[in-house]
Ligand binder design. Structure first.
Ligand code: UT7
Length: 318
C-alpha cells in the first residue's frame, strides 16, 4: 500500500521579535498577565516585505533541503493559510513560482488554526489516490496584519511564521497513520474575521470570544486524540510526542490532564512564538526535530482547533 512519509521538515520566522513588554506599550496589558493566562512571552512579527508567501517559500526550501530533494521532485503544494498575500491566486501557486516548479497542482486550504491538519490530510489522500508522489505541505501566516492592535484580548496572542513538510509516496510502513477532520459551523461567530471580499470588501480584523474557544478547544482536541489512537490500533502510551496547535499553555495543560499524559510529552513553542495559526504545528514539529526531541521511527500526534469551528488531528510515524 502507498503511504505518505514525512521526508523533511522546515520552518521560517520573521526577524523581528516583539516581547510582552513591547506589547504593553501598545495596549493596556502586562508581561505578567500574558504569561500567566497564556504562557506566551514573545512572538515574531513580519516586517514590510516579509509576507505569507516569503515565509512559506523559505520554510519550503528548508524542508526540501532537509529531505535531500530538489524542488523539481514536487508535484503537489497544499498551503494552509488565512492570511494569503492576495485574495487570489492561492499563495501555493506563488510559492510554486518561487521554487521554479511548473508541474503538478498547487492550492490553498482555509481552515484557520486547523489548516495544517486539513492540508496534511488532503495531501495524504491525494498521494494515497496516486494523484501525487511528492508534496509540499505548508502552513504560513501573517496574523499580525489582521489583528486589531487596540484589542488587548486578541492582539497579545498571535505571531507570524511558517512551517513545511515534504511528504513522499512510498511503499511500506509508517508515515501518516490516521487522520480525522471535523467542523461545526454553528460556532462561526466565536472566532472570525469581521471583513472579506464579498461582504465588506475589506480584509477585516480578528474577533474572538476567548473563553468559549478555550472550552471547546480542550474538549474537541481531547476527543479527536482518543479517536485517532483507536483508529490506528494504538494506545496513548504508544505516542512518543504530542505536537499540538500552540494557542495557550493552559489548553495544553488541560489536555494533558484529561488524557493522563505528562506535560513533558508536549512540544511547546508558544512561549517564544505565540499562536501562529496554521503554521504552529509544522513550526513546533520542526523545533522538535532540530532539537533532537522527535526522532525517526517515533509516533507523533498533531492536533488543532480553530475558527469555524474546525478541528482535527493527524497521527504519524516520523
Ligand atoms: O487558535 C485558535 C484558538 N484560540 C484559542 O484557543 C484561544 C482560547 N482562549 C484563550 O486562550 C483565553 O480565553 C484568553 C487568553 C484569550 C483569555 O484568557 P481568559 O482567562 O479566558 O480571560 P478573559 O477573556 O475571561 O478575561 C479575564 C480578564 C478580563 O477582565 P475583567 O472583565 O475580569 O475585569 C479581561 O478584560 O482579563 C482581562 N484581559 C486582559 N488583561 C490584561 C483580557 N485580555 C487582557 C490582556 N491584558 N491582554
Amino acid at each position: 500500500m502507498i503511504r505518505s512519509m514525512i521526508a523533511g521538515v522546515g520552518s521560517a520566522l520573521p526577524k523581528r521579535v516583539m516581547t510582552n513588554d513591547d506589547i504593553s506599550k501598545v495596549v493596556d496589558t502586562s508581561d505578567e498577565w500574558i504569561r500567566e493566562r497564556t504562557g506566551i512571552a514573545a512572538r515574531h512579527i513580519a516586517a514590510e516585505g516579509e509576507t505569507t508567501r516569503s515565509l512559506a517559500t523559505e520554510a519550503a526550501r528548508k524542508a526540501l533541503a532537509h529531505a535531500g530533494l530538489d524542488a523539481s521532485a514536487v508535484d503537489l503544494i497544499v498551503l494552509a493559510t488565512s492570511t494569503p498575500d492576495h485574495t487570489f491566486p492561492a499563495t501555493a501557486t506563488e510559492v510554486q513560482a518561487d521554487l521554479g516548479i511548473t508541474k503538478g497542482a498547487a492550492f490553498d486550504v482555509q481552515a484557520v488554526c486547523s489548516g495544517f491538519v486539513y492540508a496534511l490530510t488532503t495531501a495524504d489522500a491525494l498521494i494515497k489516490a496516486g494523484q501525487a508522489s511528492c508534496a509540499l505541505v505548508i502552513g504560513s501566516e501573517t496574523f499580525s496584519r489582521i489583528l486589531d492592535w487596540t484589542d488587548r484580548g486578541t492582539c497579545v496572542l498571535f505571531g507570524d511564521g511558517a512551517g513545511a513538510f515534504v511528504l513522499k509516496a512510498a511503499d511500506g510502513e509508517g508515515g501518516i497513520l490516521a487522520s480525522k477532520l471535523r467542523a461545526d459551523g454553528r460556532f462561526m461567530n466565536k472566532l472570525y474575521v469581521d471583513g472579506g471580499p464579498s461582504t465588506t470588501k475589506t480584509v477585516g480584523h480578528l474577533r474572538m470570544e476567548g473563553r468559549e474557544v478555550f472550552k471547546h478547544a480542550v474538549a474537541n482536541m481531547t476527543e479527536v486524540i482518543n479517536e485517532l489512537v483507536a483508529s490506528a490500533g494504538l494506545t496513548l502510551a504508544d505516542v512518543d510526542w504530542m505536537v499540538p496547535h500552540q494557542a495557550n499553555k493552559r489548553i495544553l495543560e488541560s489536555i494533558a490532564k484529561k488524557l493522563g499524559l505528562p506535560e513533558s510529552k508536549f512540544i511547546v513553542t508558544l512561549d517564544k512564538q505565540g499562536n501562529t495559526s496554521a503554521a504552529s504545528i509544522p513550526l513546533a514539529f520542526d523545533h522538535g526535530v532540530r532539537n533532537g526531541l522527535i526522532r525517526r521511527g517515533q509516533i507523533v500526534m498533531m492536533e488543532a482547533m480553530g475558527g469555524g469551528f474546525t478541528w482535527g488531528g493527524v497521527l504519524a510515524r516520523y
